[in-house]
Design a binder for this molecule. Structure first.
Ligand code: SF4
Length: 330
């Protein structure tokens, strides 16, 4: 879907179903189809974002990439290696190269540890022989790089503000110089005034350390600011995928159009000009997704075929992919 030669991560037809169990024997009576055949690639030094409402499957994909969930089927390749079949040594290499920053830094940082120990921990795990002084030098250089003063190093993360704590989480994620970082709503728990600073830090680090990001977010303005590519998800499937500006300037899929039309414009004139696309009702359950196009019970443009045949994700224009019968000319 994106140039495979330089891709660092490839997700190929990923499926993740969660069984629903009932009774004392735990009989499986159905499945939540959280992710249902998703494919995409992330290139070196690019940010790829997955957006969609809660329940769209984006967080489940992130967890599969991080190895926190085992896919039901499909493959995930990192630098050409199938990450669902790594040897012990390769798994260590993978954990060194793929890191994560989560939404709430206070939940992801150990309150009993000092900031300097939290940031040093990955080095101590992966480079056991590194002299203490060298570890300390790396930690203090990095604290400075992420905008934290040395006097905070001896404190608990609970003595810090939300923005400072997230900087600690980012320092811990980059200290091993990984290739890919999964950013799971990294600014949504922060004050609006701090969000821009954290996003700028992430962009600076990406450029300086040649990182790639897989970003999970429901915040379209954050996604537009940070991403090179955006995939829009609905009920476990990608419905549109394109370079960021192309997607925001020329959304094709009715679901993407509805998402974008609900974002307020700072200019009242633009707000009046904006055509609002409203979807009917609530998203259906991922246990029994509708047949055909999963959006059809809510889509203002649905026709008979939409309820019968599932539209394929096709490249409608160069690099712009969409899954909708309105664009079925190819
Ligand atoms: Fe709407 Fe039909 Fe397109 Fe689905 S395939 S988004 S129901 S027009």
């Amino acid at each position: 879907m994106i140039d495979e030669m330089t891709s660092i991560l490839e997700v190929d037809n990923l499926v993740k179903y969660f069984p629903i169990r009932k009774g004392i024997l735990g009989r499986v009576v159905g499945y939540v189809r959280a992710v249902d055949g998703v494919s995409f690639s992330i290139r070196e030094n690019e940010t790829f974002s997955l957006v969609g409402e809660s329940g769209s499957g984006k967080t489940t994909i992130a967890r599969c990439v991080l190895g926190l969930l085992k896919p039901t089927s499909g493959k995930i390749f990192f630098m050409g290696k199938d990450v669902t079949r790594l040897s012990k040594e390769e798994a260590k290499w993978y954990r060194r190269n793929v890191q994560a920053v989560f939404q709430n830094p206070f939940l992801s940082l150990n309150p009993r540890m000092k900031v300097e120990d939290i940031v040093a921990e990955p080095l101590k795990v992966h480079y056991k022989d590194m002299p203490k002084e060298e570890v300390k030098k790396h930690v203090y250089e990095l604290l400075e790089k992420v905008g934290l003063t040395a006097d905070l190093a001896k404190r608990s993360p609970y003595d810090l503000s939300g923005g400072q704590a997230q900087r600690v989480a980012i320092a811990r994620a980059v200290i091993l110089k990984p290739k890919l970082i999964v950013l799971d709503e990294p600014t949504s728990a922060l004050d609006v005034s701090v969000q821009a600073q954290i996003l700028n830090l992430l962009v600076d680090l990406k450029n300086e350390l040649k990182l790639s990001y897989l970003m999970i977010s429901h915040d379209l303005s954050v996604v537009r600011y940070i991403s090179d590519w955006v995939a829009v998800m609905y009920l476990g499937k990608i419905v549109e995928l394109a370079p960021t500006e192309e997607l925001f300037e020329k959304p094709l899929h009715p679901y993407t159009q509805a998402l974008l039309s609900s974002v307020p414009e700072p200019d009242p004139y633009l707000m009046r000009k904006k055509k609002r696309i409203v979807l009917r009702g609530e998203p259906p359950s991922a246990v029994n997704p509708p047949p055909g196009c999963r959006l059809h019970p809510r889509c203002p443009y649905a026709t008979e075929v939409c309820g019968k045949i599932e539209p394929k994700l096709v490249e409608y224009e160069r690099d712009h992919w969409v899954a909708c019968h309105l664009y079925a000319r190819k």
